[in-house]
Design a protein around this ligand. Structure first.
Ligand SMILES: Nc1ncnc2c1ncn2[C@@H]1O[C@H](COP(=O)(O)OP(=O)(O)OP(=O)(O)O)[C@@H](O)[C@H]1O
Length: 276
């Protein structure tokens, strides 16, 4: 997506982000701009801070005691690290899919409607006194829930495989189907950004290919950030790639350029497998 000058639109702007777990300095002065409706891949050796960085974007690290974080993460210009931001609200806008598929021990249908039932659906209502329109949240109807289920499962390319067994346990699905169900579940409350933390590491190559196709398709509607160990995966799906090393963002740019003509020696060493 481009603005009128033809530039990409920034969705998330990270400025001088530093993070410590106790005394361990895990992210060091990370500044990066993530663009709307693109796929951004985060790569780097084990322990370099990829997942920690990703988890900053929807404040999942808040759950870890003795975490200290400094800097800014602007989502559409608003600092998500500010004290007045409710992380639960933030996670409605910034959804997350984890390494291992983690459906709830419920039916396929109940997995999808779980969050919309809690958060409700939005409705535009006119205040009769002021005649002004305002958005209210209310309990969804059964019809609305059915529609959400079909829409999300279609969007996650799972509908045809499960439409006749929506009331069966999510645990009866294969690993790849469970992961697509988790993606559908994330979409049920209409996030703008979806974070993926190594979503294919527990899947076989066929299930992985389906998730990769889905990721590319999701880019039409969502801003996607994916942590991956698999460099080929980053090369296949990502518009831009960021290379992290020991908590530093070493290099960031269009994926093709980063893979074919990296600017930094460290990036080249990592990409060519010359890093110990
Ligand atoms: N909850 C925690 N408490 C203390 N240290 C942690 C915690 N989580 C991660 N770390 C440390 O922070 C550093 C970065 O970890 P992180 O999981 O972000 O790396 P990563 O690049 O995603 O690694 P991998 O590719 O192996 O998943 C590591 O040294 C890790 O040991």
């Amino acid at each position: 997506m481009k603005n009128t000058s033809g530039d990409q639109i920034s969705k998330i702007e990270v400025k001088d982000l530093n993070l410590w777990f106790d005394t361990k300095h895990v992210l060091k002065d990370v500044s990066i701009e993530i663009y709307e409706k693109e796929i951004t891949a985060i790569i780097g050796p084990s322990g370099c801070g990829k997942s920690t960085f990703l988890r900053c974007l929807n404040r999942m690290n808040d759950l870890i005691p003795s975490t200290k974080i400094e800097g800014e993460i602007l989502l559409d210009g608003k600092n998500v690290l500010a004290n007045d931001i409710d992380p639960v609200d933030l996670r409605k806008d910034v959804g997350m899919v984890f390494q291992k598929p983690n459906p709830f021990p419920k039916s396929i249908y109940e997995n999808i409607v779980f969050a919309p039932k809690i958060h409700g659906v939005e409705e535009v209502k006119k205040d009769p006194r002021t005649n002004k329109e305002k958005i209210v949240r209310r309990k969804p109807t059964k019809d609305e829930l059915d529609q959400i289920v079909e829409k999300c499962l279609r969007r996650a390319a799972l509908w045809d495989e499960v439409k006749d067994r929506l009331n069966k346990s999510a645990y009866d699905l294969s690993g790849g189907q469970q992961q697509r169900l988790c993606i559908a579940r994330t979409m049920s409350i209409e996030p703008e950004v979806i974070l993926f933390d190594e979503p294919c590491s527990a899947l076989d190559p066929i299930a992985t290919a389906k998730i990769e196709d889905l990721l590319v398709d999701l880019r039409k509607d969502y801003t996607v950030v994916i942590v991956t160990h698999n460099m080929q995966q980053a090369a296949r799906v990502a518009d831009r790639t960021a290379f992290f090393y020991m908590g530093d963002l070493v290099e960031y740019g269009p994926t093709k350029k980063l893979f074919e003509k990296p600017e930094k020696e460290l990036t080249e060493q990592y990409l060519t497998g010359r890093m110990g």
